[in-house]
Design a protein around this ligand. Structure first.
Ligand SMILES: [Zn+2]
Length: 773
């Protein structure tokens, strides 16, 4: 009996054990091993670790290394930076999974070192009365590097032009229109100041008036808060531009390689004939320093230019006679010579000659000798990836260009030194097996940005389909630190939330107990109907850096992040050494960001955003914030245009545009609700992926490839560039401005057309946010 009981208990025990094992076994293995990975969300402790490891001294050392030599696109210095990026990204301890270079053959423009461009004042008998400085004055050994390129206007045609000088303010269409009312512009050379109009536009706007050459300079009013003297006011005493400093730049209107529009510039790619290129200066143009501009402008004759045209020089800016004042030093010197000769050789004519001299206009010309030449050259992007563990086919892209005009300490190497620090910290975590992002991260070190965002544009053309279908977002950090006061962020409204979240977790530069967010809101804020007072984000409506192709061509959600000025302390258009030979490590470390703490704040903020986009279970993109901005744009459009459109029998009252914005709002609210009310970690991963695809593809819905036939590669109907300067839908604003000025019925039709383009794009976007069927 005892044996029987024992047997029973053994059998029972065994049975229970078996059941237990079975339950336990199935309890665990019923869910396959990938389940844990698939529901993994962003790890806050990992973000803390990341933030603590971002090192300002590493960033400083990166910058020192990157700025050893000038690294203009496709030069030997550029190749050195390619090698540096590859070495870092292929490092076995702190590199990425993979890194490689991608080459494009791109159309660039250079001055001729053997025949430097010349700007002179010449007399009728070819006597040179003044020569503008050919290279910037040297204050540190950096400026003496033979690889410092002479200041020039890339894509200005070569040519030899001489003519009377006139002053054309900023070279806007309205400036030439006004100038032409007092001066006959035929055959003149116009001097313009930077700002107001694009670089190329200053020459393109001039040519129809018969202007044959253009000079451009930076007025101390626009860059130096009026200061001019290098004895104690400008660099090397401060961050201000020395008198001989010259902003170089690309003088083109469209972005990407000009010979291969909409195609990647590979060796075999079809290239358009050079004469078919549009958007570049039709006449020679050359930038000069304000020390030379001062000499030219203060000698100009003619009537005084309007108040808004006056700059910081201690003279009246005249339109130009055309040409110099009769009393000008340039004219006087010659008059004196003339007078001297007349008196010496014909003493009996002394009285008459004096009268003659008063009537004779000895007109001295400004002469441009431009030797620029174009060349197809091999430019590299350096690419690096960290492969995603769960969704490797979803990409978060982070990029910055690598090429500079000279040493480029701020533009772009501040961004590159930040990017290298990000990849060092993230790469180390990957190599040590401590982390692998949910989604893939792609790093792009773009080439030839300074010549027109070429490397990034070619990349988007080459991988158009793959990037369109799989890219979550693009983060651009070009100039990481313009100045050390506050964060500046621009982007699609859907990224506001993740930038705010990241900015709240990072200490503001140099402030231990204030976050980047709290510091930012003090400098720039707005009132949001949904969130109250929040920092003000900017929009990416132009093509100022490598985000352009992502935003405007591909319709990818993007952002641009930097540290910037205290506007109560300076009115500088941009940091004063921008595109000059003074943008060096010395300048950056002394005057822009001593201690590199602003660089560190940017690396932490941008890196935090990057990790959140790569690791969050549900993408941290908010479509309701998008709705808020669409409503804001709609309100402005109604205020500005409704009454006048009524007169033209285009009603905005119950217009489809209003309905579209309203449906976008309700679709966004609904999707937010779905996200909030779901326990997505415990639902099918297909649902998460479905929602994420809706969020990822939202901006794609705003693309209309045919809406802007005159704007190369602008297809995003909400963020396309606009010349109307109104904070509302760009196509509508431009069409309205044109119709208003021409009064043509066809132009009013175009307004109607853009209302329809917009309504249908927004309605279409709303349709992607509602439940699938
Ligand atoms: Zn840049």
């Amino acid at each position: 009996k005892m044996i029987k009981q024992l047997l029973i208990s053994i059998v029972c025990g065994a049975a229970m054990l078996t059941v237990g094992i079975l339950i336990g076994h199935y309890g665990i293995t019923n869910a396959p091993s990938w389940v844990k990975d698939v529901v993994r969300d962003v790890d806050e402790s990992l973000i803390e670790k990341f933030l603590s490891e971002v090192d300002n001294i590493q960033i400083q050392e990166n910058l020192k290394e990157l700025t050893k030599v000038p690294h203009m696109a496709t030069t030997a210095g550029d190749e050195q930076t390619v090698q540096l990026m590859l070495k870092r990204w292929q490092d076995p301890e702190s590199g990425l999974d993979q890194a490689w270079r991608e080459e494009y053959l791109v159309y660039l423009s250079f001055p001729d070192p053997k025949n430097p461009n010349k700007v002179t004042v010449v007399s009728p008998s070819e006597t040179v009365l003044h020569t503008a400085r050919e290279k910037e004055k040297s204050y540190t050994p950096d400026q003496d590097d033979p690889a410092v390129v002479q200041p020039y206007a890339a894509y200005s045609p070569a040519g030899h032009q001489r003519g009377r000088l006139v002053y054309a303010n900023q070279g806007k269409p309205s400036d030439y229109l006004l100038l032409n009312q007092t001066v006959d512009l035929k055959g003149t050379i116009a001097i313009t100041r930077y700002g107001g109009a694009g670089r190329a536009a200053k020459a393109i706007n001039a040519a129809p008036y018969g202007v044959i050459g253009v000079l451009v300079y930076t007025d101390p009013l626009d860059i130096n808060d009026g200061l001019m003297s290098d004895a104690n006011e400008t660099y090397p005493h401060s961050w201000y531009m020395p008198p001989s400093g010259v902003e170089r730049g690309s003088f083109n209107t469209h972005y990407g390689d000009m010979l291969t529009p909409y195609l990647a510039a590979k060796e075999e790619t079809y290239r358009i004939p050079v004469e078919d290129i549009t958007g570049i200066p039709p006449i020679p143009i050359q930038p000069i320093g304000f020390e030379d501009a001062y000499i030219l402008i203060c000698e100009l004759g003619g009537e005084a230019a309007p108040k808004e045209w006056q700059g910081a020089f201690n003279c009246t800016y005249n339109f130009g006679g055309p040409g110099f004042k009769p009393t000008s030093a340039f004219n006087n010197r010659l008059l004196y010579k003339f007078h001297f000769n007349v008196v010496n050789f014909y003493p009996h004519l002394q009285f008459r000659s004096a009268i003659q001299i008063n009537n004779i206009k000895i007109l001295n010309d400004v002469k441009l000798d431009i030797f620029n030449h174009e060349k197809i050259k091999n430019s590299s992007n350096v690419m690096g990836v960290i492969k995603g563990s769960v969704e490797p086919d979803r990409y978060v892209i982070y990029g910055n260009h690598r090429d500079s005009w000279v040493h480029g300490a701020i533009d772009p190497s501040s961004g590159t030194s930040v990017m290298l620090e990000l990849t060092r910290v993230l790469g180390k975590m990957v190599k040590q097996g401590k982390w692998r992002p949910r989604r893939s991260i792609i790093f792009g070190s773009w080439g030839a940005e300074e010549f027109g965002l070429i490397g990034s544009a070619e990349y988007t053309e080459q991988y158009f389909t793959k990037l369109s279908e799989r890219t979550i977002a693009y983060i651009n950090v070009d100039i990481a630190v313009f100045a050390n006061a506050t964060l500046r962020a621009s982007g699609m409204p859907s990224v506001q939330n993740v930038i705010f979240k990241a900015a709240k977790q990072v200490n503001a530069a140099g402030l231990e107990s204030t976050s980047v967010y709290d510091n930012w809101i003090k400098y720039s804020n707005r009132t949001s109907p949904a969130h109250g007072t929040i920092p003000r984000m900017g929009y990416l409506s132009g093509a100022g850096s490598d985000y352009a192709a992502f935003v405007h061509y591909l319709g990818i959600t993007a952002m641009d992040i930097s540290y910037t000025y205290d506007r109560s302390k300076t009115n500088a258009r941009i940091y004063p050494a921008y595109h000059t030979a003074y943008d060096t490590f010395d300048y950056a470390s002394k005057f822009i960001d001593p201690g590199f703490v602003s660089h560190q704040a940017i690396a932490r903020t941008a890196g935090n955003v990057l990790i959140r986009l790569a690791d969050s279970l549900v993408l941290p993109l908010n479509c309701s914030d998008y709705a808020e901005i669409l409503e804001d744009y709609l309100k402005t459009a109604v205020n500005l245009y409704q009454n006048q459109l009524q007169v033209k029998h285009i009603s905005m009252g119950k217009h489809p545009l209003k309905r579209a914005v309203a449906s976008f709002r309700s679709a966004a609210t609904h999707l937010d609700q779905v996200i909030l009310s779901s326990d997505l970690a415990n639902e099918t991963p297909l649902k998460v992926r479905r929602i994420n695809d809706q969020l990822m593809l939202l901006d794609r819905a705003f693309l209309n490839p045919l809406a802007f036939p005159d704007k190369y590669a602008f297809r995003h109907v909400i963020w396309a560039s606009s010349s109307a300067g109104k904070p509302t839908f760009p196509g509508l604003a431009d069409a309205y401005a044109k119709a208003e000025s021409s009064g043509q019925p066809r132009d009013w039709d175009k307004v109607h057309y853009h209302l329809s383009v917009l309504s249908q794009a927004i309605e279409g976007a709303a349709n992607t946010l509602v439940d699938v069927i």
